[in-house]
Design a protein around this ligand. Sequence first.
Ligand SMILES: Nc1ncnc2c1ncn2[C@@H]1O[C@H](COP(=O)(O)OP(=O)(O)OP(=O)(O)O)[C@@H](O)[C@H]1O
Length: 295
Amino acid sequence: MKTFGDKTAVDGLDLTLPRGEILALLGPNGAGKTTTVEICEGFTRPDAGEVRVLGLDPVADNDRLRTRIGVMLQGGGAYPGAKAKEMLRLCAAYSADPLDPDWLMDALGLTEVAGTGFRRLSGGQQQRLSLACALVGRPELVFLDEPTAGLDAHARIMVWELISRLRADGVSILLTTHLLDEAEELADQIVIVDKGRAVAAGTPADLVRQDAEGQLRFTAPGLDSQALQSALPTGYRCSLSPTGEHLITGGITPEVVALITRFCADRDVLISSLNVASNSLQDVFLTLTGREVRA
Ligand SMILES: Nc1ncnc2c1ncn2[C@@H]1O[C@H](COP(=O)(O)OP(=O)(O)OP(=O)(O)O)[C@@H](O)[C@H]1O
């Protein structure tokens, strides 16, 4: 738990990150994600509760922890005046077995700006260099607070590939993001946080299934929508869109799909298109955290 004045930023959040996995914290602005990450990094002291990171207390054992974790620092960290590659080499010098800085610069598309000073890099380049610095020491656990915020699509894919590769190498990663596709693409486990609490947790597939009221859309010219509604089991709704598409909502099972195609076949109506869509992670997220924009 962590409060700032009368504001409770983190309120009884229980997180477990198994070794070698990626845990993504998703949540609206002000949900408490950064505060949580800073508590795990040892930058912020919790008011109550117990935190163990790699078996260590992030505050009391900070010196021991620091050599084993990777943290993305803002503003160039300790070397804001250094050139890009020099800065990465300085960070690598802290590790007994660092990654090859040239390889890392290349993997993050930074080779061309190797000789440019940190302050002269673009925002996206600075962001990628901070990521490189967090990773170069081959940490066991990496904290990435919105690692792709502000990056263009190409750079984002590079970062995703690098994160996937780290995971394959056994690195554990705690990630915060606002990008639902990023969480869906990368995370083994997602925790949706709102007002400092976990409101849902699970694999991306679990979260989408938890709220699994599916939809089936199909086009069948001439079909009587009301007659179909009466043929469907209770709990299903059938409606006809202005474009002539039939929309069925409810738990879309293979039996329901078969019932609908049978219903059409019995009336000699040919279905010209049929599509089953499950809820997206975005639907689940917005349902759980509300649709209004937070301050
Ligand atoms: N140092 C601080 N002093 C006062 N209030 C703070 C401080 N740090 C965070 N807060 C408050 O705690 C709450 C949680 O903030 P936090 O930065 O952890 O949210 P977040 O989920 O990371 O948000 P965002 O997605 O906008 O980055 C917010 O209401 C914020 O205003």
